[in-house]
Design a protein around this ligand. Sequence first.
Ligand code: SAH
Length: 215
Amino acid sequence: MTHDYHLAREKMVKNQLLPRGISDPKVLEIMSQIHRHLFVEEALISEAYNDHPLPIGNKQTISQPYIVALMTEALELKGTEKVLEIGTGSGYQTAILANLSKAVYTVERIEPLLVKSRQLLGKLGYANIYFKLSDGTIGWKEFAPYDAIMVTAGAPTIPQPLLDQLADHGKMVIPIGDRSSQDLILVKKNQGRFLEKNLGGCRFVDLIGNHGWKD
Ligand code: SAH
C-alpha cells in the first residue's frame, strides 16, 4: 500500500509551525500539501516530517520544516513574483516557492543535487522552475531583478550581487553569521536603500563561493 503521509503533514503543521507563530494561511496550506518525504533519501522517509533537518547527500541537508516555513512567510509572496533561490538542495523549498510565486530561478553548485531535484520537480509537474548549476553568490544576472530572493545556505556577509539583483520593494531572506551559527536576516530594498530585520538564530550549511565562504 502506498502511504502519502497526510497525517504526518497535519501533525507537522499543528505541532511545529502553528505553535511557533507561522500564521500565513497560504504557507500553512502548501506545507500541509507538499510531499516532503519525496525529497529525502529512501532510508530517511520515516523521518521526513520530523522537527529537524536531514542529510540529502554531498554533506548537505534539507532544512527543518519550521525554518522553511519561517523563510517562506517572510517573503510575503502574492503569486506574481519572480523569485531567485540560492541552494536548490533537495528541491523541497523550491517546490514551495514555485507554488506561491510566478516563477522560481534556482541555483545550485553541486551537480548531483541539481540533477536529482530537477528530475523530481519535473516528474511532479512543475513548469515554472528554472535551474542553473553555478555559484549562486553571484546571483543569476540574466533574469534579474527579482522580487524575492531566498538563500538557503549560511554566508559571512550578504553577497553584493544579490543586493544588486533585488528589485525595488523586493525582499531577501538569508542566514548571516559564522560557519557554526547564523541569524536569519530579512532585507527589504526601498529606492536603493536596504532595511534589515533579524528574524532569529538558525543553523545552515555553508554558502560556498566567490561572495561566500571559501571551499
Ligand atoms: N533548500 C534546500 C537547502 C539545501 S542545503 C533544501 O531544503 O533542500 C544548502 C544548499 O546550498 C546545498 O545544496 C549547497 O550545495 C548549496 N550551496 C552552497 N553554496 C552555494 C552557492 N554558492 N551557490 C549555489 N548553491 C550553493
